[in-house]
Design a protein around this ligand. Structure first.
Ligand SMILES: [Mn+2]
Length: 441
């Protein structure tokens, strides 16, 4: 049984009653993978109850709140509760982002934010798992949809080091109910082990990912059938593959906790024939190219949409592996205390910098991915947990250094970004190199 604070549970009961009272809803959800996951859970629950819905993806709660239908906000809305409390509609809001404001109490509205109950929305529950709680409060048979909720939590990186809090409770009960199965292994998927190894970009295996010859050679040496499905490898085969992958990372001096994180429990829904890991990565692939609707469609059972999403993910993986291999060969440019590279895709540079820091690049220097847009440079900065532990705050540095040069910037300590005028990029890198040096060296 789920053990959640009483007041928190009361809010879900009230939200479930509001679902009961209407036949059609407008769902407004965040356009990232967690938002897609939340919309998938709610839409499926409404479909099952024979209710209608209409979903929209947004970056935040819209300026003008649409009226005419009861509203469900998922994975967003907490920063706009005042406005939402004034609309002339029934409102259900489920948002795990931390805000300072108290959640208002209104008769035909319910505002659910886990932080109000001492639950850490950054780690313990996501938009997807909040939506899932509502679905099971509404109708217990919705437990079979657990994979959709957990995918949102995984997409928001709440599974790093294992699920905790509300997410963990949902996972445990889903396992107990048999709607999800746990299997141990590497976080890889593909059409057989050969395909999975060649396409693997997250995790990326230096000297292995993208290199058909090396993969073939290794599989032959270990006498492993290249077509063996990843989930059906014998213990012995799994061990051989793991030692191979571990070695590829250790050669790059990747720290032990990162090497460890390439494997763990994968949570699989037999019904969907998919793992939580694969599901959220498919959602991410759609969100990345601004097609969250495609991901929602496949979650609602559209087979064509599923193959479309699989194609998007395959293209994405091919492009990432290719670019990471180039960076593996040429290396990012090294300065004294930082490293940087240019990339021709805006959204890719940050992910390349992040994956590079996790699996490939020099571990002593934070990485900066740079993209040229009209007249400006867009910069993504990524560090490691170790650097943050030694006092590095890339968000603060991006803000400070870009402001000195008339640009803007900010973000988290481990992942941040900045924009500066074209003529300023050399100064930006030079100043960043100095500032990072003061902290790390
Ligand atoms: Mn979220």
């Amino acid at each position: 049984m789920l053990e959640i604070p009483t007041g928190f549970g009361d809010k879900f009961r009230k939200a479930a009653d509001l679902l009961d009272q209407h036949d059609k809803f407008r769902i407004i959800t965040h356009y990232d993978a967690d938002g897609i996951s939340a919309a998938a859970v709610i839409s499926r629950a409404l479909m099952k109850a024979g209710k209608g819905f209409h979903s929209t993806f947004a970056e935040s709660a819209p300026e003008n709140i649409p009226e005419g239908l009861p509203l469900i906000f998922t994975d967003l809305g907490a920063s706009a509760v005042k406005k939402l409390s004034e609309v002339n509609e029934t409102v259900i809001m489920l948002d795990h982002h931390r805000v300072d404001e108290a959640m208002p109490e209104c008769e035909d509205k319910v505002f659910i934010n886990p932080h109000e109950f001492g639950i850490d929305g950054a780690r313990e529950v996501s938009g997807g798992t909040l939506a899932f709680l509502l679905a099971v409060f509404y109708d217990e048979t919705n437990w079979i949809k657990a994979i959709y909720g957990l995918a949102g939590a995984a997409a928001d990186k709440q599974n790093v080091g294992g699920f905790t809090g509300v997410n963990k409770q949902i996972l445990d009960e889903a396992l107990e109910r048999g709607v999800i199965k746990a299997r141990e292994g590497a976080y890889m998927d593909g059409d057989g082990i050969r395909d999975a190894l060649i396409r693997s970009c997250d995790p990326y295996f230096p000297g292995m990912s993208g290199d058909e010859n090396r993969v073939d050679e290794a599989l032959k040496r270990f006498k492993i059938d290249p077509a063996t499905p990843v989930d059906e490898m014998s213990k012995d085969t799994g061990r051989k593959i793991m030692s191979l992958l571990t070695l590829s990372l250790l050669k790059k001096n990747i720290p032990a906790y990162m090497v460890e994180s390439i494997k763990g429990y994968r949570y699989i829904s037999d019904r969907l024939n998919m793992s939580v890991d694969e599901l959220y990565k498919l959602m991410n692939s759609c969100a990345r190219v601004s097609q969250p609707g495609l991901a929602l469609s496949f979650c609602l059972g559209d087979k064509g949409a599923l193959s479309g999403a699989r194609e998007l993910r395959a293209e994405y993986r091919t492009s990432m592996v290719k670019r990471l291999r180039e960076l593996e060969k040429e290396g990012p440019e090294l300065m004294k205390n930082i490293q940087f590279f240019y990339d021709n895709k805006k959204t890719r540079k940050g992910e390349l910098a992040g994956l590079g820091m996790m699996y490939l690049f020099d571990q002593r220097r934070p990485a900066f991915g740079i993209f040229a847009t009209d007249g400006k440079y867009d910069i993504s900065a990524r560090g490691t947990k170790g650097m943050v532990g030694r006092g590095l705050d890339l968000g603060a540095l991006c803000r400070k250094v870009s402001a000195e040069l008339g640009g803007s910037g900010g973000g988290h300590n481990i992942a941040a970004g900045a924009t500066v005028d074209k003529g300023c990029i050399d100064d930006f890198l030079r100043r960043m190199d100095e500032e990072v040096g003061k902290i790390l060296f």
